[in-house]
Design a protein around this ligand. Structure first.
Ligand SMILES: Nc1ncnc2c1ncn2[C@@H]1O[C@H](COP(=O)(O)OP(=O)(O)OP(=O)(O)O)[C@@H](O)[C@H]1O
Ligand SMILES: [Mg+2]
Length: 286
């Protein structure tokens, strides 16, 4: 059987992790939703073509490592703009993202490093968190590929009017916080029901409470045993990468959720994407 082909579209970043909040050394590692999603989908057994704009200072060694792991980078491009950086501070296992993700530099990089859109030769296209106009353009260009999309609280910030950008997506997989934001509804049950009515299939990521999947009248809930996070970054992205892979591999709904939960659990168990085969050491200064 030929392996299904998945295009993963989004951003690759440099994540700067400030450990313990006590002025310890900054650890730099590869990050970005598209990177976690790509590595997670690859491990599940699909072919993955990453569609990102690499910043001018994105390390060559990281590009080589992605290729070594089997990620097809032929659609990704090097751009003349610094990489998007996100600084994360961890205190007792809690993630606090400093306001890096709203800084002017972050927004500029988001614009300058917009991912290239995939050609029409893929079985599936995964749209990682990205600006809404880009989501619309990617959906319009997708052809017959299965479309899976995620978002983030930042890109979903405009609330219910943002939802129209996802028209045409086959499976939408936001976090619970994003479900509330996109529906403007405080009650969890009503918020999920409203969003489930707006997309063919909805998967809700609920952090330590696991995931649920809503497909018409068909509902599946997957509870988890949470583990203590070493690095909580990328759980949602790895989960969505696994869902996209599982969908293309024909897994039934319950197994899709199991694959997503397993990927999320693995992501939080190690620094950066180390649980997905990433071996580049990350303390160099750049
Ligand atoms: N501490 C944990 N232990 C085990 N599994 C976890 C843990 N945290 C997350 N997961 C798994 O990963 C999945 C995705 O994580 P989460 O719901 O936090 O996504 P998200 O809100 O999109 O996160 P992100 O901040 O990465 O975007 C969860 O539904 C859960 O199954
Ligand atoms: Mg997320």
């Amino acid at each position: 059987m030929t392996r299904p082909r998945l295009a993963v579209v989004g951003y690759a970043s440099i994540d700067e992790i400030v450990g313990g909040g006590c002025g310890g050394p900054i650890v730099r590692t590869i990050g970005g939703g598209a990177v976690y999603a790509a590595l997670s989908a690859l491990q599940l057994g699909v072919d993955v073509a990453l569609h990102v704009g690499f910043g001018s200072d994105f390390p060559d060694a990281w590009i080589a490592e992605l290729e070594r792991l089997g990620v097809d980078l032929s659609a990704s491009e090097r751009r003349d703009h610094p990489t998007r950086r996100t600084r994360l501070a961890y205190l007792a296992g809690e993630q606090r993202s400093a306001d890096a993700d709203r800084s002017e530099a972050w927004i500029e990089a988001t614009h300058a490093l917009q991912p290239p859109l995939p050609a029409r030769s893929f079985d599936g296209i995964l749209l990682c968190p990205m600006p809404l106009p880009l989501v619309r353009r990617a959906i319009a260009a997708a052809g017959s590929a299965r479309l899976i999309a995620d978002t983030s609280e930042f890109f979903a910030a405009e609330g219910p009017s943002a939802l129209r950008a996802f028209d045409g997506v086959d499976l939408f997989a936001p976090s619970l916080a994003e479900v509330h934001r996109l529906t403007g509804e405080d009650c969890e049950g009503r918020a999920i029901a409203r969003l489930a009515a707006a997309v063919p299939t909805l998967v809700v990521k609920k952090g330590r409470r696991g995931l649920s999947r809503h497909d018409g009248l068909d509902e599946h809930h997957h509870a988890i045993e949470p583990v203590d996070a070493v690095d909580p970054t990328g759980a949602g992205d790895a989960a969505v990468g696994a869902i996209a892979g599982a969908l293309l591999l024909g897994f039934e709904p319950r197994r899709q959720l199991e694959a997503a939960a397993a990927a999320g659990r693995r992501a939080v168990g190690a620094i950066g994407p180390a649980a997905f085969g990433w071996t580049c050491s990350s303390n160099r200064n750049f």
